[in-house]
Design a protein around this ligand. Structure first.
Ligand code: NAX
Length: 334
């Protein structure tokens, strides 16, 4: 019997790209919202991606997914974000050789300004927006500032891939399974300045620092391994993380849709209002708990030692620079 629930409509930009392709079939299969929740997909592409998207739509048809009620494939943002409950903003222009970060922020800034405006005009007022396309924290800030009528707490930037990478590294080092590694915060930016916080992490219910007593490894190997994991994957694969990035995007959506299990949290970047002393007005990676009513809160009161504080400062400084550079490139005050 088909479910009588109203479908959840998910808009995905860059839908024919590597991450998009790895994500949308799992959304359609029920792997994100559950086995009795119908879904509809609005797939958005540009340029040559639009042609590839025709093939993706054929493949979706060929899956005959029982939960998939509707597929819209378009290059038009108004059509693409129409009635969306969720927007996964994956498509972005990659940094090319010789391109300054400021140039990249300017180019992507224009894209995320347009997408934010179209989301404000067309999506449901309750829409939640997850930005994956890099530089994702600042792109999300630009989309948030451009989307009139959508609450600012509905904008997120993805740090979940970093969280998953960090958990996996701690599990390997401690000889445990990654499912028992919990309470991992990725503070700050999804970039090489991010701080994967081992001081608050737990392994099998114990402090990670009591299980892994090699403090030099935690400070000098673990942190850079997580920070530079994306580059290591590119080096090995000849292409950037795609399946693991799609998986992390879907983990993020699931973690924001369903209540967080007691005693744990998940990492995602949200608009800072000064929590943990961070400058307000940047999308900053925090520990988040999703409540039963679907709203979320930042976990408060975690101890931040001097080492952690110095790492958090570095990533905050980078995000403030990104905000200033994007503001300058776009000619607006973000
Ligand atoms: P691909 O180049 O494979 O795909 C990007 C797709 O987006 C292309 O099909 C392109 O036509 C489309 N596109 C570009 N501009 C668009 C626009 N304005 N509207 C709609 N579609 C548009 O890249 P992929 O490997 O899928 O990566 C996508 C983005 O994810 C990149 O910006 C990448 O840097 C970022 N990542 C973010 C991660 C994170 O943890 N936040 C990790 C993985 C990844 O590096």
């Amino acid at each position: 019997m088909p479910s009588t629930k109203a479908p959840i409509r998910v808009a995905v930009t860059g839908a024919a790209g590597n991450i998009g392709y790895a994500a949308i079939f799992r959304i359609a299969s029920g792997a994100v919202f559950g086995p009795d929740q119908p879904v509809a997909l609005n797939l958005i592409e540009v340029g040559p991606g639009l042609n590839a998207l025709k093939g993706v739509v054929m493949e979706l048809e060929d899956c005959a997914f029982p939960l998939l009620t509707d597929v819209v494939a378009t290059g038009d943002l108004n059509e693409g974000f129409k009635d969306a409950d969720w927007c996964l903003l994956i498509g972005a222009v990659p940094r090319k050789q010789g391109m300054e970060r400021k140039d990249l922020l300017g180019i992507n800034g224009k894209i995320f300004t347009g997408q934010g405006e179209a989301i404000g005009k067309n999506a449901k007022k309750t829409v939640k927006v997850l930005v994956v396309g890099n530089p994702c924290n600042t792109n999300a800030l630009i989309a948030l500032r451009s989307a009139s009528g959508i609450p600012e707490q509905n904008f997120f930037a993805m740090t979940r891939l970093d969280e998953n990478r960090a958990k996996s590294q701690l599990a390997a080092k401690s000889g445990t399974h990654n499912s028992v590694v919990k309470n991992m915060v990725i503070w700050g930016n999804h970039s090489a300045t991010q701080y994967p916080d081992f001081t608050n992490a737990t392994i099998g219910g114990k402090k990670a620092t009591d299980v892994i007593t090699d403090s030099a490894w935690l400070k000098e190997t673990f942190i850079p391994t997580v920070q530079k994991r994306g580059a290591a994957v590119i080096e090995a694969r000849g292409a950037s993380s795609a399946a693991s990035a799609a998986n992390a995007a879907l983990d993020t959506v699931r973690s924001l849709h369903f209540p967080t299990p007691a005693g744990d949290w998940h990492s995602v970047a949200v608009l800072s209002k000064g929590e943990y002393g961070i400058t307000p007005g940047i999308l900053f990676g925090y520990p988040i708990r999703t409540k039963a009513d679907g709203s979320w809160e930042i976990v408060q009161g975690l101890p931040i030692d001097e080492f952690s504080r110095s790492k958090i400062k570095i990533t905050e400084t980078e995000l403030l620079e990104e905000r200033a550079q994007a503001s300058e490139a776009l000619g607006i005050k973000l």
